[in-house]
Design a protein around this ligand. Structure first.
Ligand code: SAM
Length: 285
């Protein structure tokens, strides 16, 4: 195929393209992505059925093979062998950017180890689409991917993130959204959150407010579709003047149901000091 790389080293093998595809609206694909999908020898797709819809719409006849989570290791090896033999391959996921809460990382790492050029063909990602319409700060943000499923793990997660000052982006399922928002409210109080649902699709919706306000807006509704949850970072600087080390240890044990040693470790990381310092203070108080 035509090589459109700019500054890649010369190699006798093929090129691995990491291609962004739409997160809903099929028009959200770049001209370059369409050209690469037409020109490569093969498209490795996380979901070949979704891929067929996209490729059909743009009359792309390139052969596809499946590349999904459970078979990533084995498939990566085979794809790298094909790349080594000179074929070029485009990796696409079910939606958005491959590798972002989707398979991709392994084949990229293996291709790099094998000296194969890896070229990004940027496209949409639900995380960034949600961030830029959220109204929350976009200058600094973190992506946390999917949230844990149990309530205790959720609460622990939010507790650990409570001093994070950057905007935080999560992927969440519609079935768990209300429980998750309840956990935000319980652990962080009335923190501002944004629910971005069905972006680029017919029922696109963005709901903004404190965790409690968003819960009120969503209660009694059947929540469907795909969701990005964003949380405002901590606005005020943390201060531990109001609470002694012992009180804080007891409080995290009660709130999170963890052991004393785990609590000591957690409080040490929250305060940015060593475990032994917290241990000493705890036993002196
Ligand atoms: N690789 C994708 C990307 O770059 O955004 C993410 C794949 S991940 C398996 C799927 C999750 O992304 C969904 O559960 C949802 O949280 C989020 N998502 C994907 N499409 C979305 C959309 N159109 N609107 C809102 N969230 C979406």
């Amino acid at each position: 195929m035509k090589d459109n790389r700019n500054n890649q080293s010369t190699n006798s093998g093929g090129i691995l393209y990491i291609v962004g595809t739409p997160i809903g609206n099929l028009e959200d694909i770049t001209l370059r992505a369409l050209r690469i999908l037409k020109e490569v020898d093969c498209i490795a797709a996380e979901d070949t059925r979704t891929a067929r819809k996209l490729l059909g719409r743009y009359e792309i006849k390139t052969p596809t093979i499946s590349y999904y989570d459970a078979a990533e290791r084995q498939k990566s090896r085979r794809l790298v062998a094909r790349l080594n033999s000179g074929e070029s391959i485009a990796l696409i996921s079910e939606a958005g950017m491959p590798g972002i809460s989707d398979p991709g990382y392994r084949i990229v790492a293996e291709a790099i180890s094998a000296g194969i050029p890896v070229v990004p063909i940027p496209g949409p990602s639900a995380s960034l689409a949600a961030l830029v319409v959220s109204g929350l700060a976009t200058d600094r943000f973190i992506f946390e991917g999917f949230l844990p499923r149990t309530l205790s793990a959720l609460k622990k997660k939010f507790f650990l993130l409570r001093d994070e000052e950057r905007t935080i982006i999560f992927y969440e399922s519609p079935r768990r959204l209300l429980v998750t928002l309840g956990a935000v409210r319980d652990v962080l109080g009335e923190r501002n959150v944004v629910v971005a649902r069905e972006l680029t699709k017919i029922f696109e919706e963005v709901i903004r407010g404190t965790a409690g306000e968003v819960i009120d807006q969503l209660s009694g509704r059947e929540i469907k579709g795909e969701i990005v949850l964003l949380m405002e970072g901590r606005q005020e600087k943390p201060s531990w003047d109001h609470i002694s080390v012992a009180e804080q240890i007891e409080s995290v044990i009660n709130d999170l149901g963890i052991t004393r040693m785990e609590a000591i470790k957690l409080v040490a990381s929250l305060r940015g000091v060593s475990k032994s310092e917290i241990y000493r203070e705890y036993h002196q108080e």
